[in-house]
Design a protein around this ligand. Structure first.
Ligand code: FAD
Length: 410
């Protein structure tokens, strides 16, 4: 099998110092073949894993997967250091996508910043956050309202105190194209995609031994990765493990307005509304109130009332040209919300150590998929997180009920 590259360059010393014997054999089963499961499989091969890798995906059309239904954007503006670092790795990959996936690779990466607006109460925290992000390698401009208005003349700045703008490492891309590239490369490297639903996980003592499929087959496993997205809680429950990851519906509205979208950022208003260019129009959304955000299992019906009752008014207040927006279409997908702290759950279970989590990213799993996939591959092959220390995202905090709160969530 031909590997494209040696182990990745970000942390060579850690790779050299890690004394864990390499694990390159055995059977890995990844449950879920969306962007995260596919990156896990891909990076396993990149790390030199030579055993069988099977990705179990129940729907190869991906029509209800979060990957296919997302807003496909990437930001480095996060409160938690590990989220900033994961995004920086994602942005680097997206910018140099051909180096990773070949000369025909094109994910339409449009590197434009998030413009995040803050009120007087939020200003000090946002300023400190941006300075911290820049220390970690991000490129966030901190703007006064007047500076923001000078740069974005269509913006109403009368009730904001601060704006932060990602001058690099932020933007949006074609998530479907990315998924197809990663799947193609994983398959080329000998990963098998199995179209089937996983319905049970076999266990002997403190180890997973196999996965049962709805069609009656049972596949043996030396490692099992839970990359089932919004169904991550259900897959964990197959082993009796409580994982507070639930499906929460988020509606995306594709709209047209007279305002030219050239130079328009991914705008995050302090009201919670967001909007960014898409094709000749824009896509926009807003989370429902917490009191009206039930488990969304099987519900993919767009919530049109959100546009009528809340989003439209908020957008028109912030950008008066949006008063005359026209709805083109809408769709709804599922966030995989980690109810404990809105952060991903990554790495081995603390008792069943060959069962690994790669889920719960709560609406930022696309941008973090490259880093998450690489981290799981490192865990299986090297027994440790090497390029980035993502140990804080482990299952231990779930068991202890100790959240690591991410302050920048939408
Ligand atoms: C409206 C919306 C906007 C978003 N915007 C962004 C954004 O701008 N940036 C960003 O980074 N993230 C965004 N996200 C989040 C992002 O889409 C997800 O975090 C990411 O796609 C998660 O990838 P995944 O592979 O874990 O999940 P998925 O893409 O859902 O893949 C999981 C797969 O597992 C399969 N599966 C589940 N259970 C089983 C089983 N038992 N057996 C077999 N297969 C199974 C499913 O069929 C599915 O294909 C958004 C999400 C939504 C809904």
């Amino acid at each position: 099998m031909k590997l494209l590259r040696p182990p990745l360059p970000e942390a060579p010393l850690k790779y050299i110092l890690n004394m864990h014997p390499l694990n390159l054999q055995g059977a890995v089963i990844v449950i879920g073949g969306g962007i995260i499961g596919s990156f896990v499989a891909y990076f396993l091969r990149r790390e030199g894993y030579a055993g069988a890798i099977r990705v179990i995906e129940r729907d190869s059309t991906y029509q209800y997967s979060s990957t296919a239904l997302s807003a496909a954007s990437i930001r480095t503006q996060f409160g938690c250091e590990f989220n900033v670092r994961m995004s920086l790795f994602g942005a680097e990959m997206f910018r140099q996508i051909r180096d990773w996936f070949g000369n025909d690779a094109n994910i339409g990466y449009d590197e434009r910043g998030y413009l995040i607006l803050g009120s007087l109460q939020a200003a000090a925290g946002m300023r400190a956050g941006a300075l911290k992000q820049n220390e970690l390698g991000a490129a966030i401009d901190i703007l006064t309202p007047a500076q923001a208005h000078a740069r974005f003349p269509w913006l109403n700045v009368e009730d904001i105190e601060i704006a932060t703008y990602g001058a690099a490492n932020e933007g949006w891309f074609d998530a479907w194209a990315l998924l197809q590239l990663v799947r193609r490369e994983a398959r080329r490297l000998g990963v098998e995609y199995v179209e089937a639903e996983a319905v049970g996980i076999e266990q002997a003592g403190q180890r997973v031994t196999g996965v049962r499929l709805a069609d009656g087959r049972a596949l043996a496993a030396d490692w099992c990765v839970n990359a089932a997205g919004a169904a991550g809680g259900k897959v964990a429950a197959m082993l009796g493990i409580e994982l507070p990851v639930r499906a929460r519906k988020r509606t995306v509205f594709h709209v047209k307005t007279p305002l030219e979208s050239h130079g328009f950022p991914m705008l995050f208003d302090n009201s919670g509304a967001w909007i960014r260019p898409e094709g000749e129009g824009y896509i926009a959304g807003i989370a429902p109130d917490e009191s009206n955000d039930p488990d969304a299992d099987g519900d993919f019906e767009p919530d049109y009332a959100l546009l009528e009752d809340s989003l439209w008014l908020k957008l028109a207040h912030r950008v008066p040209a949006f008063e005359s927006l026209r709805l083109l279409r809408a769709w709804a997908g599922h966030y995989e919300v980690n109810l404990l702290d809105h952060n991903g759950v990554l790495g081995p279970h603390d008792e069943i150590s060959n069962f690994l989590f790669a889920t719960g990213f709560s609406g930022h799993g696309l941008m973090h998929a490259p880093a998450a996939g690489r981290a799981i591959a490192e865990q299986i092959v090297h027994g440790a997180f090497l390029a980035l220390d993502l140990a804080p995202l482990g299952y231990g905090r779930i068991r202890r009920g100790e959240p690591i709160v991410e302050s920048v969530v939408y």
